[in-house]
Write a protein that binds this ligand. Sequence first.
Ligand code: ASN
Length: 630
Amino acid sequence: MSRLLCGSHGNVVCATNNDGLNMESAKRSLTGLTNKPEGRVLVLYTGGTIGMMRNEQGVLVPIANAFVKNLRKYPQLYDREYAEKKFGAMGPLVLPVTATDNRRVVYNVLEYTNLCDSSNMTMDEWIRIANDIKESYEHFDGFVVLHGTDTLSYTASALSFMLEALGKIVILTGSQVPIFDTRSDGLDNFLASLVIAANYNIPEVCVFFGTNLMRGNRTSKASATSFEAFYSPNFSPLATANIKIEVDYRSIFRSCILEKFYVHASLNRNVGLLRLFPSITSELVKVFLQPPIEGVVLQTYGAGNVPTNREDIIAELRAATKRGVVIVNITQCATGCVSDAYEAGKLLYKNGVIPGFDMTPEAALTKLAYVLSKHEWDTETKRQMMQTNLRGELTAGRPPTMQDWDLVEAVARSLRLSSAAELQELGSILFPAMLNAAVIRRDIVKLESLQGYGADISQANADGRTALHIACCEGDIKVVRRLLKMGANVHIKDRFDRTPLTDAIEYDRHEIIKVLLQCGAHLHGDAVQIGERMCDAATAGNTKRLQSYLMAGADLSQKDVSGRTPLHFAALHNHTDAVKFLLDHGADPHCIDMLGQTATELAKAARASDAIRLLTSSGQNGVVKNAHAS
Ligand code: ASN
């Protein structure tokens, strides 16, 4: 696997169209013009059994350019009527709509060249996947990576570290049987992954298999034959997909750093996994630890034990840690955590080995590759980071205290509720209401205590609105910052397809717009619709609103459906402040509308003399200043 089917990233997207669909047109085509809002998902098809077909010899092989063509033949995977009406025959794929999901899933498939069996995956492919997600990040709500199962947990673990400050969901899935076989786990895995990616804001790299959505860096492949091929030994699933999809919001790992999403696109390859076994020779250990090795995951017995009577092995480990090799101790057991409860374990830590707690081998190895490639960290910091919970990959020490549903329980008791499902439902109703009330009262202490009671800070109310949406309308920057530091997600869209950024723009909260952008928020949806909203602002002479859009990254020369720009409307209505603002910030006075008229011509027709003066003086100079948002 080395190149993308559709060429460079400027035009990834729809492998359904093998010529490659331009990203801009894909973006335009993915707008929500229907009653049910659309959730947009990019599928990165890297290979694996899921897409394989039998060749003439009956052997399973991946076949280039066949996957999407086949998807279009399956009514469960392609609502032909809706898709063709809206996007044309070669447009993105669309799932049939269901009553239970909030959003209709619209998905594009990016098929990799050299579709590979995942046994052939290398760190280069991990970097490629991470970069592909980066390139398309702003155009999609979620990402599904179709991947062979054999090394899927390694890729998921690596991506969880490389995708920094991730704000959207990335799901890796695959299957044991090809999706187009009569009896296959691929269909369910793919469908559930698409639906979850489009409908749920779980800003993590996940693995979906069977009925479980698991944190990717907690998974390992458990079976070569079962449809439940993956397990998450030390952490319960983030969600289960049975008749209903049930998300355990309390277990979602949310980044609490005010940072924009980016990719850490390098990895240190001088890492390895060394599994102890009785009578292992010190020569083997010595050779394994030789340069250029820089990091080793040592798989020891039970709770992290090595033989205390093997000074020869201990000496090799000691010498290596002294040379600066980072050695991380994890257990060979399927579940559980290393500890220093035994003398046999303590010995390791005395000799410079560090505990890897309950990390899977895949997580520990890929984390080492990631941590060791961070040139800005010195060796001590790298050792510390290996022991720190960076992405929910390890449980160190006591879990954070939670006042386990006390508040909800108290209410539940008074309502005589008893079952876990009733409690869960009560929480999902009460918490958003209580969070929103705390935001309106600007009560940061209350917000924090609600989180302590188990509220998910990004939990939405019945309209899909979160505390951050409300805070952006209310306009208290301190509350907004606090929410973001508590892990509130900037990408959640409410029932009306509004993000917190939409609210901040429409309430002209300039400080808040800045901090949202700092956290990776971006404009979404149809550019023409954004153009229309800016044209409305220009018609009303609302310069502040135009400034809000500019700060959020909008193109002030964006046209509405009639081809008019905000400048046309500001000129037509003789709003001189708005005309000046638009000209000062790069709006193009030469743009013509569908009738072939410029802003100046419209101003002349309306006898808007002040606007005409501004426009003609800017035109005479031939200069339209290229100022930027401050
Ligand atoms: N060998 C295949 C792979 O990892 C196994 C699978 O996908 N089920 O690519």
